[in-house]
Ligand binder design. Structure first.
Ligand SMILES: Cc1cc2nc3c(=O)[nH]c(=O)nc-3n(C[C@H](O)[C@H](O)[C@H](O)COP(=O)(O)OP(=O)(O)OC[C@H]3O[C@@H](n4cnc5c(N)ncnc54)[C@H](O)[C@@H]3O)c2cc1C
Length: 287
């Protein structure tokens, strides 16, 4: 794995290799799960010493979208990715970014070629993506062409550099499968928002690979926050008024009453059970 010379001042732990030549690594971090709880309880200093109550509070914050305490944790990442992935990633505006400059430095000859296992036919249903894998012959032809174009672009780029053309203009011949890299710093709230969007199956597979690797690292570093994120944001769903009506009509008033009268729900704290019952009451009133 080639790592660009002058950018590796931090230790190379917490690194995940992605695609054929990319990676993502956590470079630096401020705060942990307790910073979220501490911020929420800033009036009482370090807050409670009971970890269970800390987790309940943190889960309450996530469930009710009281998001500012999650902004108290900051994570700085270093990622190397194809330019087309960077173009999707940069749309997340709350991050601080420093990208490799093709004006100051020459690109490395590193480009992405999709593997056969990920090379798909255009889906007719999902206009933004592919579905079934292509036949072997189509993959062979397409990947050969991707390599040809990338190699030829490199030759033209190098020719221009050798003739003294400015780097900023020579680089315009390089296709978007060439690799770039950047430092990306964001707070936990917005990083989780990034994961919610980019781990989703509607996102392109390549950027999902980065989001999945970041999620694994966050899960290890911030287990309480990540679990709450999984339960309430990543794997939870918001229901529209109409959807609530449909469900409540299916359940009927009797069933809803039974659920409202029930005292405890497995896996839920007292507060969460109470909040759930309030939602059920809201559903009942929409019948
Ligand atoms: C599957 C998928 C497909 C997409 N397809 C397209 C596409 O075809 N074309 C396209 O152009 N984009 C596309 N996007 C990008 C998308 O529209 C968003 O720009 C991107 O996901 C960033 O989302 P965000 O604005 O919520 O996040 P961020 O920019 O990270 O912002 C986080 C949150 O901060 C707040 N915020 C940030 N900036 C502002 C602001 N200026 N004003 C008010 N609130 C702000 C918002 O609450 C926002 O949700 C796609 C994204 C996904 C995930």
């Amino acid at each position: 794995m080639y790592l660009n010379k002058n950018i590796f001042l931090a230790p190379m732990d917490n690194i995940s290799y992605i695609l054929d030549r990319g990676y993502i690594r956590l470079v630096d971090m401020m705060g942990d799960d307790s910073s979220v709880v501490q911020a929420a309880r800033c009036s009482t200093g370090n807050g409670t010493t009971d970890p269970k109550r800390d987790e309940e509070l943190l889960r309450y914050l996530m469930r009710n979208e009281h998001t500012s305490p999650f902004e108290m944790v900051e994570m700085k990442w270093h990622a190397k990715m194809p330019i087309f992935v960077a173009r999707q990633w940069i749309r997340h505006r709350t991050a601080n970014v420093n990208e490799f400059s093709g004006r100051y430095s020459e690109f490395e000859k590193e480009y992405y070629v999709p593997s056969e296992e990920t090379f798909k036919l255009q889906s007719q249903l999902n206009k933004q993506g592919g579905n079934r894998l292509v036949e072997e012959s189509i993959y062979k032809k397409s990947s050969d062409e991707i390599i040809d174009i990338s190699e030829n672009a490199w030759i033209t780029y190098q020719d221009m550099i050798e003739e003294g053309v400015s780097r900023e203009q020579a680089r315009i011949v390089l296709p978007v499968n060439y690799y770039t890299n950047w430092y990306w710093k964001n707070d936990l709230k917005n990083t989780l928002h990034f994961l919610k969007l980019r781990k989703d199956k509607h996102s392109q597979w390549e950027i999902r690979e980065y989001a999945d690797a970041m999620a694994d690292i966050i899960k290890e570093k911030l287990p309480m926050s990540y679990k709450a994120f999984e339960d309430y944001a990543l794997n939870g769903e918001k229901l529209s008024n109409l959807e609530m009506k449909i469900i409540s009509n299916q359940l009927g008033e009797n069933q809803l009453n039974k659920m409202i009268e029930q005292n405890n729900y497995e896996g839920m704290s007292k507060t969460e059970s109470y909040e759930f019952k309030e939602k059920l009451k809201g559903m009942k009133s929409s019948i």
